[in-house]
Structures are given as structure tokens and as C-alpha cells.
Design a protein around this ligand. Structure first.
Ligand SMILES: NC(=O)c1ccc[n+]([C@@H]2O[C@H](COP(=O)([O-])OP(=O)(O)OC[C@H]3O[C@@H](n4cnc5c(N)ncnc54)[C@H](O)[C@@H]3O)[C@@H](O)[C@H]2O)c1
Ligand SMILES: [Zn+2]
Length: 351
């Protein structure tokens, strides 16, 4: 397995960025949000030295929209951005997705570098070229595929993230382990987000990006095998959407973790994923994530939310399930009563 050609994992992000800017004659812009401007910008002194124009937006998914894009383009125009400018995205998945799109459309596309600063954006959004903003209450509705010219991943940015954000990224890494092998899962179990060992984390992130890259490079436009990256997400997205209707909205990874437990239960039911392994993964998820309980009368509602999933076809809900670590199947169809049983399994193990 390899990292994508445009991705570098380093402990010296400033040094990597310098390699790019020292050969660069155009104006440099850096997109930050109100947190990354405070916690991450100082870790890249090169940006100050070259007098990069800092554009700062409010933080949060609710600002990942077309009005913020307009704000970004206005500031780029006012500061004389042109086709030779470089755009640096310094932030989590919101900044990477939206900044990448801003750069891709400005003057028909300028060079851009992503420096992901959350664990989720390092292990997931850093690879695959998906750029988008939300529109009309639909997530990632307007966007395109384009790879950044460089992605610089460094755990030095993660030190200011709270433990919940770290754990949220870990849900995607658990998914990667399920798609790869049990040895990687066991290595993940060694990482304690309450007392992070950043050297270990750095190696784990590298492995996760390589695993994701295997799926993305074989199927860049998600017609087949890339759908496996949706493991845990069919039920996870439904739980995430439902949580927004309650007083306890979940982080994406928290919902995916619950979705993984349910979809591993279905994997056990439909593809004979071993019960012992189901319980092993469930234990880690229980240790890491707070339970999110829903009553039986919500199952229909959750099921209807699953039917909105973009992977569905011909009225069926398409699940991506696993037979074993590293052995998987896309487009699996499960009976509604089995999906309900999977939700009950998740609820029971949390009581
Ligand atoms: N393009 C892809 O393939 C892909 C994959 C996964 C997720 N995403 C997108 O990513 C977004 C979620 O990403 P996210 O969880 O990184 O969200 P985010 O960008 O909103 O970051 C989460 C929070 O952490 C703060 N933050 C970021 N870096 C920090 C740091 N180093 N220290 C302290 N605080 C910091 C942010 O300000 C924000 O409040 C979603 O919009 C999702 O659609 C895209
Ligand atoms: Zn996800």
C-alpha cells in the first residue's frame, strides 16, 4: 500500500510548506476558521514571512455554504488574487472541502494545498478529491472532484483538539481497520485518546490514509468498490440526522461508531462475520464513545432516514458489509426486521 502521490505525513509541516512557497512567485492566501487561526496558524511561520493573506471564516458545518464561498472570493478579489495565486486550506474537513472548491472555481482553478488539522480530516478528507459545500439543507450538494496539489498531514496540529474530536476521527480509522486487517485494529486499540501518543498516532494516520487510497485509486468516481468506505455510514448517517432532531446532536464519528456496531451485526447475520470479532469491535466502540439510545418507536423513522442514502438504487437500501477483516461485499440488501434487530443490538449492548 502507498500514500497518494500528493500526500505527505510529516512532523514538520512548516518545512514542507516552505518547499512549495519558496518556488512560488504568486500571492499566497490561507483560509482558516476562528479556531485554526488561533491554534494552527502560528505553527506555520513561513506564512507570516511571505505575508500570506489570511482569510478567516466562522467555524462549523453551518458555514459550509455558498454565501461563505462568496465571502472568500470577495476577499481574494480585493487582495488581488489571480491565476498564479496559491490557496492554502488550514483547518478541518469544512475548510478543506470549501476552500478546495473556492480555489477550484476561482479564475477557473488555482493551485491549492490542504493542511488538515482535525483527525477526521487527516484520515478521511485528505484523500479522494471530494470538494463540496452544503445547499438547501443537503450535505455536500454542490461540488466536484479535484485533488489538492499537496496535502500536508502532521499530528502537531492535533494537540489542541479535544478528546471528543480525536475519538470522532477514530471511528473512521476503526472502519479502515475492518477493511484492511485485524493487526491494524489491534494497533488502534493501543491508542488512548485521553493520553495521546502522537508518534503512534502519526503511524496510524499514515496507515489509514494508505487504506483509503487503495479504495479511492481503484474506483475514483465511486461506481463500485469505493462504496466499501461507506461501511457504518448507512445506519450511521441516519443516526446522525436523527440526533440533530434531539437535544444531543452527535459528532459525525460518534454516529458512525454506532452505525458500525449495527452494520457489523448485519454482517454477522448476512455474511457470517464472526460473533467474537463483532464483540471485540463493539467493546472498543463502547469504551470510546458515549451511548446514544433511541426507543423502539424511533426505528421506523431511522429506517426512513436510511432510505435517503445516496448509495441506494431501485428502492433498496444498499449496505456495504464485511465477511471478515479485509473481506467485504458492496450492495447487500437486508430485511427491514433485521435492520431493526441491528438497532436493538446496539441499544442492548449500551444498557
Ligand atoms: N472530502 C472528503 O472526502 C470528506 C471526508 C470526510 C469528511 N468531510 C467533511 O468534513 C467535515 C467534517 O470535518 P471536521 O470534523 O474536521 O469538521 P470541522 O472542520 O468543522 O472541524 C471541527 C471543529 O474543530 C475545530 N478545529 C479544527 N482544527 C482544530 C485544531 N487543530 N485545534 C482546535 N480546534 C480545531 C474547527 O474550528 C471546528 O470547530 C464535514 O463537512 C464533512 O462533510 C469531507
Ligand atoms: Zn465518515
Amino acid at each position: 500500500m502507498n500514500l497518494p502521490e500528493n500526500v505527505v505525513c510529516t512532523l514538520n509541516a512548516d518545512g514542507e510548506l516552505r518547499k512549495i512557497t519558496e518556488n512560488f512567485a504568486g500571492k499566497v492566501f490561507v483560509l482558516t476558521d476562528e479556531n485554526t487561526v488561533k491554534y494552527c496558524l502560528d505553527k506555520l511561520p513561513v506564512l507570516k514571512e511571505i505575508q500570506a493573506v489570511v482569510i478567516t471564516i466562522k467555524s462549523g458545518e453551518q458555514y459550509k455554504n455558498i454565501s461563505t464561498l462568496q465571502e472568500i472570493w470577495t476577499q481574494m478579489g480585493e487582495n488581488h488574487g489571480d491565476r498564479k495565486s496559491l490557496f492554502v486550506n488550514l483547518g478541518g474537513g469544512v475548510i478543506g472541502d470549501m476552500g478546495g472548491l473556492a480555489a477550484s472555481l476561482f479564475k477557473r482553478g488555482i493551485k491549492f494545498v490542504n493542511i488538515p488539522t482535525t483527525l477526521l480530516s487527516q484520515v478521511d478528507a485528505s484523500c479522494g478529491g471530494k470538494l463540496a459545500v452544503d445547499f438547501n439543507n443537503l450535505k455536500n450538494e454542490i461540488g466536484l472532484f479535484r485533488n489538492p496539489d499537496k496535502v500536508i498531514i502532521s499530528t502537531e496540529f492535533l494537540k489542541t483538539l479535544d478528546a471528543n474530536q480525536l475519538k470522532s476521527g477514530m471511528a473512521e480509522m476503526i472502519k479502515h481497520a475492518l477493511l484492511y486487517n485485524e493487526d491494524y485494529f489491534d494497533r488502534l486499540c493501543e491508542f488512548d485518546p485521553q493520553k495521546p501518543d502522537y508518534e503512534l498516532l502519526s503511524r496510524l494516520i499514515e496507515t489509514s490514509v494508505m487504506i483509503k487510497n487503495e479504495f479511492v485509486s481503484k474506483d475514483p468516481t465511486e461506481k463500485g468498490i469505493r462504496k466499501m468506505l461507506n461501511l457504518g455510514h448507512t445506519i450511521g448517517h441516519a443516526i446522525e440526522s436523527y440526533s440533530f432532531e434531539t437535544e444531543k446532536p452527535l459528532l459525525h464519528g460518534e454516529a458512525v461508531a454506532a452505525g458500525l456496531v449495527c452494520e457489523l451485526y448485519l454482517s454477522n447475520n448476512y455474511l457470517d462475520f464472526s460473533h467474537k470479532k463483532l464483540m471485540k469491535v463493539t467493546r472498543l466502540i463502547n469504551d470510546l464513545f458515549p451511548p446514544f439510545l433511541f426507543k423502539f418507536d424511533k426505528y421506523e423513522h431511522l429506517y426512513s432516514l436510511m432510505t435517503f442514502d445516496k448509495k441506494n438504487s431501485g428502492g433498496n437500501i444498499n449496505f456495504s458489509l464485511v465477511k471478515n477483516f479485509g473481506v467485504y461485499e458492496i450492495d447487500c440488501h437486508c430485511k427491514k426486521e433485521d435492520v431493526f434487530q441491528a438497532l436493538s443490538f446496539y441499544n442492548q449492548i449500551n444498557i
